[in-house]
Write a protein that binds this ligand. Structure first.
Ligand code: 1PR
Length: 594
């Protein structure tokens, strides 16, 4: 429609802005990209979807000559909507990049979440703050203002830095605060709104129907309704601070446990791209031994259709793994690029893509760095990339350099370069460990056990896993594998988890070759071991057979998310049933009865 105000988006080339573009189109609106300084004059509304790091965002604005024009745009009183870093950019500075200044519209700093926390089991909480969290509004809503963030909804957050808020100390900040949220025992600003300025720390374009609703309300509002001067004193005189009242009335919601649906994708023997599912990583149908040969690749559906189904069943995230990427991973041959692009058009929750995120060479000899490969996925609509085999190699090499007395980090691995360019929160490491049993009936077993893996040793009699009985008298450690479980390496799961955290990974996707497809429940010993070894979020994967398995893993470990594949694909336990079950058990869960 031509009568609509001209909407512009500001992209500085860092991360997934396609999802926002898709959500705007889905809501029936059009937009243009800010290309030149002159575009700011034409813009009647502006969205700044900041992704990556504060420093990168601000430096890019400077490099493109957009820093001053953006400040002028904000001062003009026309509507501004900043998302994540786009909200943080409004502030004076950020501890993330102390050498650069923000836009300075809000005279306050952005600081980092504290890891130590009294309310989190085990005393420390994971950073980044990643997942779905609730919000509460702090000022009585003004009748003449369009409602934007809703009190009862949950939205998707992913960030390590935040604007802390303490009403007794931060009265200068209060007029800007639209909503607060809580992580552990910290209250932080989850959205700001004053005059023409609106910003959300969370990602509405990744927050399912609640996020789309918010975007729609902002898009539907006329520029006049969203315009105005930034005048902190006016707020105090016109409305009432209700933060404490709301907190009392509704216990602030907590970060919910995420339920992730995983789609292992590969081509079948006819060349069709299918979602498949292995049993201990074997994805071919079993064949009669007398007949011999290899069975067909199991076909459980089409990747985009299944992703859409899980979105409607309230999956909190969707993960695509290209499980044969080790065979052919030239960038232009990545079938997953198209899958991600198509899924991102209709699925508005975070998407992770794994398989083949590494330095590659195209058939014509062109080299592609892991950073370039990841960039192609982010531009297609992925929010995170997951690195498997290359992460094991990177940690092995780091350990070798350390043993040789050399500098451990080179800054050149895929994990480091992608985390530097797109932020740690965009880098997941997928681990495929295997149990290695040790014979404890041998009196000499302790001296024979490889000392390097002592941190990883679990003695069956002390184990918490559900298979405890069978495991009496045994001990084991977890060895890492690469190439889809085909090759074991001399690195254990604790070494790997700590190593990748050090390199800059923001999350661990923890599979288990032994439990994969077994339906025996998660390997809670493995999950607890890894979760205790790192302070980044961990997703428990492999073995879910019942809704109770999720309850168990959330009860027995501090893990942030549970992932399943087989039971969801085969509809044995639909995803929404898992969520309903968790609600009845009091596990913090995002679930709305449709
Ligand atoms: O090494 O960086 O190219 O990444 C390859 C990725 O593909 C890795 O993340 C690796 O885990 C995955 N992968 C490789 N081969 C297989 C296979 O199955 N043959 N998938 C494979 C295995 C397990 C999960 C599965 C859970 C839950 N990944 O994807 O979804 O085990 O299953 P369940 O709920 O049915 O038990 P790179």
């Amino acid at each position: 429609r031509t009568d609509r105000p001209r909407l512009y988006l500001l992209d500085y080339g860092a991360g997934n802005v396609r999802s926002l573009a898709n959500s705007i189109h889905k809501l029936g609106y059009d937009f243009e990209w800010i290309q030149t300084v002159g575009d700011f004059d034409k813009a009647e509304k502006l969205i700044f979807p900041g992704v990556g790091s504060f420093g990168h965002a601000m430096r890019s604005l400077h490099a493109k000559g957009l820093y001053e024009p953006l400040i002028q745009y904000i001062r003009s009183g026309r509507p501004y909507f900043g998302i994540c870093i786009g909200m943080q950019a409004l502030f004076a500075s950020s501890l993330e990049s102390p050498d650069v200044q923000g836009l300075g519209a809000i005279p306050h700093p952005v600081t980092k979440f504290s890891k130590s926390d009294t309310v989190v089991k085990g005393g420390s909480k994971s950073v980044p703050h990643m997942g779905w969290n609730g919000v509460w509004r702090c000022w009585e809503e003004q009748a003449d203002k369009a409602e934007l963030v809703l009190d009862d909804e949950q939205y998707y957050f992913v960030h390590s830095y935040r604007v802390a808020f303490d009403p007794s100390r931060d009265s200068d900040l209060a007029p800007y605060v639209h909503t607060l949220s809580r992580y552990g025992d910290e209250d932080f600003v989850s959205s700001v709104r004053l005059g023409n300025v609106f910003g959300t720390q969370f990602h509405p374009e990744k927050s399912g129907p609640a996020g789309l609703d918010l975007l729609r309300r902002w898009l539907d509002s006329s520029p006049e309704a969203l315009s105005g001067k930034i005048d902190p004193e006016a707020v105090r005189s016109r409305t009432k601070w209700v933060d404490e009242q709301v907190k009392q009335a509704k216990q602030p919601r907590r970060l919910t446990k995420r339920i992730v649906a995983c789609l292992d994708v590969r081509s079948n023997d006819n060349g069709d791209l299918v979602v498949t599912k292995g049993d201990q990583y074997d994805v071919r149908e079993k064949v009669d031994a007398q007949v011999g040969g290899a069975g067909d690749v199991r076909n459980l559906g089409k990747p985009v259709e299944l992703a859409q189904r899980y979105y409607h069943e309230m999956a909190d995230e969707i993960c695509f793994l290209n499980i044969t990427s080790f065979r052919n991973s030239a960038l232009r041959d990545q079938p997953m690029l198209e899958v991600v692009r198509a899924a991102a058009e209709t699925v508005f929750v975070p998407l992770t893509v794994g398989g083949g995120i590494k330095d590659t060479v195209d058939p014509d000899g062109t080299s592609r760095s892991a950073l370039e490969v990841a960039g192609a996925y982010f531009r297609s609509g992925a929010d995170k990339v997951s690195i498997g085999s290359e992460a094991v190699i990177a940690v092995e090499e780091m350990m070798q350099r350390e043993r040789a007395g050399e500098q451990a980090m080179t800054g050149k691995t895929g994990i480091e370069t992608i985390a530097e360019g797109y932020g740690s929160q965009a880098v997941v490491v997928s681990i495929d460990p295997k149990r290695v049993y040790v014979d404890t009936t041998d009196p000499e077993w302790k001296s024979k056990f490889p000392a390097a893996h002592l941190d990883c040793l679990i003695v069956g009699d002390e184990a918490i896993s559900t298979t405890r009985e069978e495991e009496r008298g045994k001990a084991w450690w977890y060895q890492c594998t690469i190439r889809g479980g085909r090759e074991v390496r001399d690195v254990d799961v604790v070494q790997l988890a700590r190593g990748v955290e050090r390199l800059g990974a923001g999350e661990i996707l923890l599979n288990s070759v032994d439990r994969d497809g077994s339906g025996k429940g998660f390997d809670t010993d493995l999950v607890r071991l890894v979760k205790r070894s790192v302070s980044i979020p961990v997703v428990a994967s492999s073995g879910a057979g019942r809704a109770e398995d999720f309850e168990e893993v959330f009860d027995q470990t501090d893990v942030e998310a549970g992932l399943a594949a087989g039971i969801f694909h085969r509809k044995e336990v639909p995803l929404e049933d898992v969520k309903k079950y968790l609600v009845t058990k009091g596990v913090p869960t995002r679930f709305t009865e449709l």
